[in-house]
Design a binder for this molecule. Structure first.
Ligand SMILES: [Zn+2]
Length: 137
């Protein structure tokens, strides 16, 4: 399974891609679900989601069930969420953003920001963890 973050979410106006198989599906016929995902920030896909929530799109009920099951098996790691918020703030503010700017933009505490940086530093050195190997750990 390809990690949803590595695919464009919209190809054609009014259509969505199934997060499992990549089939183009009319958005009025798409199967949707919101799941907990510590790698997702609210700005990843918009639409009123909160940090730690991911909107799944599928072409059919079976694919939605498969996706929801995979995310249910994935560990929700609060430090991963802080790291995702930290990275997203850097993306928005630029790499020269100061710690104070990051703290103001994210609402993280200095302690949370330190742990987010530690998580990011440690995990970016490891191979990307996708749903396939994440579900087994
Ligand atoms: Zn599908």
């Amino acid at each position: 399974m390809t990690h949803p973050d590595h695919r464009p979410h919209r190809d054609v106006e009014g259509t969505e891609l199934c997060d499992l198989c990549g089939t183009l599906v009319d958005e009025s016929e798409a199967y949707l679900s919101v799941v907990a995902d510590s790698s997702a920030t609210a700005t990843d896909r918009g639409g009123g989601l909160m940090d730690g929530e991911r909107l799944l799109t599928a072409c059919c009920w079976d694919h939605l069930e498969t996706l929801v099951y995979a995310y249910e098996q994935r560990i929700f790691d609060i430090e991963e969420l802080w790291a995702a918020i930290f990275v997203e703030a850097h993306r928005r503010l630029g790499l020269t953003a100061t710690t104070d700017q990051i703290l103001r933009a994210t609402g993280l505490t200095p302690h949370q920001l330190d742990r987010a940086r530690d998580w990011h530093t440690h995990h970016r050195l490891l191979p990307h963890r996708n749903l396939d190997d994440g579900a087994a750990s």
